[in-house]
Design a protein around this ligand. Structure first.
Ligand code: SF4
Ligand code: SF4
Length: 300
């Protein structure tokens, strides 16, 4: 078994900012389609990597000068996959996607899930490895970058010691300031309802959010690319190139789009930078944030 510190050092040299290996028993209670060990039957370890998303892309959105989307998921991890293969092992990087025209049924006696029928909660794996937590807005946060990272997951037959783990005396990253809810022009956060998200013994309070409002949000919410959908969006099943109704799973209420760039996400970045030393010379928020409702006139 490769020690976690050794593996982590190698992966960081390959250019990743975060690396975690959750204990395999963290997935014991998940449904087969949510268990990443099922994407590769020989898997001995699950690896989660994270890469900081550059701050400028959020700044231009914050300033309203350049509208851009940033994806939540790292899907190729080519350099890491090649490094693992050089050690004589295989691995399967997880790519959240549900293309049409795949068989809609389990195709071998040993398979537990139909092809591409996985809805792997990458955030759950990252939390189980000790890389962070879900904030009140239900978005993954790390102590280093707040919400500002992309995550990727792979399954490998390389046996790696789990780590780094979440120190028992650590304070939560989300201080429940409520800025994300206040920043939402569509009032999508329920004022009287929350849910407890449990990950391997750790509990996090997550807001109840009206996903339909987020799907119509003109303040920076977006989908992830084409058929490489985010795991939350995967709860909409695509059949014959059309959505076939909503399918929620137990994670984060389901159906929520990518909200990293949205008004709620950017409010969290502004708050995180006020309460953490991130080393930037210019504050993230230097003027009143903008925000629209979809029924407001947006053309000047
Ligand atoms: S804005 Fe405040 S309450 Fe919302 S997720 Fe960030 S830290 Fe938590
Ligand atoms: S994505 Fe838009 S509608 Fe949804 S909570 Fe964030 S700001 Fe509100």
């Amino acid at each position: 078994m490769i020690p976690f510190s050794e593996f982590s050092e190698t992966v960081k040299k390959l250019g990743y900012d975060l690396v975690g290996v959750p204990p395999n028993d963290a997935f014991d209670k998940l449904a087969p389609a949510e268990n990443p060990l099922n994407i590769y039957p020989d898997a001995k370890s699950i690896v989660v990597v994270g890469r900081r998303i550059r701050r400028g892309i959020f700044r231009s959105m914050e300033e309203g000068s350049l509208w851009a989307a940033t994806h939540r998921w790292i899907t190729s991890m080519d350099n890491l996959v090649r490094w693992i293969e050089k050690q004589g092992h295989e691995c399967v990087p997880y790519s959240p996607g549900d293309p049409p025209n795949m068989p809609r049924h389990v195709i071998s006696a040993d398979a537990k899930v139909r092809p591409n029928g996985f809805k792997i909660p990458i955030e759950y794996a990252a939390i189980a490895a000790g890389l962070g937590e879900l904030g009140y807005h239900g978005i993954f946060m790390s102590p280093q970058f707040g919400i500002r990272q992309q995550l990727g997951l792979l399954a490998t037959d390389l046996e790696i010691e789990p780590g780094p783990g979440w120190p028992k005396d650590s304070k939560p990253i989300c201080d429940m300031c409520g800025e994300c809810a206040k920043a939402c022009p569509l009032n999508a956060y329920a004022t009287d309802q929350t849910a407890l998200f449990n990950c391997n013994g750790r509990e996090m309070t997550v807001a109840a959010i009206n996903a339909k409002a987020c799907q119509a949000c003109p303040n920076g919410a977006s989908g992830d690319a084409g058929y490489v959908l985010g795991s939350e969006e995967l709860h909409r099943e695509v059949v014959n190139n059309q959505f076939k109704g909503d399918k929620a799973n137990q994670f984060m209420g389901g159906r929520l789009p990518n909200r990293l760039m949205a008004a709620c996400g950017r409010a969290c970045i502004a708050h995180f930078e006020k309460t953490h030393d991130t080393g930037y010379k210019i504050p993230f928020r230097i003027r009143e944030p903008w925000g629209y409702r979809p029924d407001q006139e947006q053309e000047g």
